[in-house]
Design a binder for this molecule. Structure first.
Ligand code: GRF
Length: 221
C-alpha cells in the first residue's frame, strides 16, 4: 500500500495528536510530560486519547492530564469494519495531524488507513522486521537474540510492516531468560525506557520539521 507523503513542517501552530492506547499508557505519559515541560516548543499537542477498552491506566493518565478521551470497543460493533469506521470517525472528530499508537493492541482496517495512512505512527517493542506481532519481546528472547529493542514506524496494512522512522537497541542479558520463565518482564521494562524516549523524540521531530515518505524511506525534513 502506498503511504501518502505527509505533514509539512510546523506552520507556527502545534501539530494535533490523537494518541491511541490499550494498556498502562507509560508512552502516553512520556508524551504528556514532555509537552508539559516544553510547551509549544515541542511542536505538538495531544488533543485526545482513544482506547479500545475501558478500565485501563492509559485512560486514567489522560483524564488526570485533563485530556478528552474516547473508547471504541470491537465488541460494541457488529463487524470489524464497523468498529474500524467508528474508530476512524471518533479520531477524525479531533482533527489530528498525526495519530500515535502508543501500545494500542489492535490492527486497524481499511477505513482508518484510508484516512490516516502516512500519518499513523506506531511503536513496537522489537527491532523490526524481526519479531513483529503481539509478542515481540518474548519472541526475541525465545529465539535467542542477543540484542533487541524498539521500532517507531508508520503503519501500513501489514502487521508491523510499515516504513521505519527510528530504532533503539537494547541488549538481552543472560538473566532475562530466568526472569521470563519466572513470569517477569525485566527485558520489556528496559525496552520501554528506550522506547519512551525514542517515541517522544520522533513525534516531536516529525511535528516540528515535517517529513516525506518515499517507498520505505522516511525523511524528516
Ligand atoms: C509498549 O512496549 C508497546 O510497544 C507495546 O506495548 C507497550 C505499551 O506500553 N505494544 P505502555 O502502555 O505505553 O506503558
Amino acid at each position: 500500500m502506498a503511504l501518502p507523503p505527509s505533514l509539512p513542517p510546523s506552520s507556527g501552530r502545534p501539530a494535533r495528536l490523537v494518541v491511541l492506547v490499550s494498556g498502562s499508557g507509560t508512552n502516553l505519559q512520556a508524551l504528556i510530560d514532555r509537552i508539559g515541560a516544553e510547551g509549544e516548543a515541542f511542536g505538538a499537542e495531544i488533543v485526545a486519547v482513544g482506547a479500545d477498552r475501558t478500565g485501563i491506566e492509559g485512560l486514567e493518565r489522560a483524564e488526570r492530564a485533563g485530556l478528552p478521551t474516547f473508547v471504541c470497543r470491537v465488541r460494541d460493533h457488529e463487524t470489524r469494519e464497523g468498529w474500524d469506521r467508528a474508530l476512524a470517525e471518533a479520531t477524525a472528530a479531533h482533527e489530528p495531524d498525526l495519530v500515535v499508537s502508543a501500545g494500542f493492541m489492535k490492527i486497524v482496517g481499511k477505513e482508518f488507513l484510508a484516512r490516516y495512512g502516512g500519518r499513523f505512527v506506531n511503536t513496537h517493542p522489537a527491532l523490526l522486521p524481526s519479531f513483529p506481532g503481539a509478542h515481540g519481546v518474548r519472541d526475541a528472547l525465545e529465539y535467542g537474540a542477543r540484542v533487541t529493542g524498539c521500532t517507531v514506524h508508520f503503519v501500513d496494512d501489514g502487521v508491523d510492516t510499515g516504513p521505519i522512522i527510528a530504532q533503539g537497541v537494547v541488549e538481552v542479558r543472560d538473566e532475562d531468560h530466568a526472569d521470563h520463565e519466572a513470569g517477569g518482564n525485566a527485558l520489556h521494562e528496559r525496552i520501554k525506557e528506550v522506547e519512551r524516549r525514542l517515541l517522544v523524540d520522533v513525534v516531536g521531530r516529525l511535528a516540528r520539521h515535517g517529513y516525506r515518505i518515499e517507498g520505505r524511506k522516511v525523511t524528516i525534513q
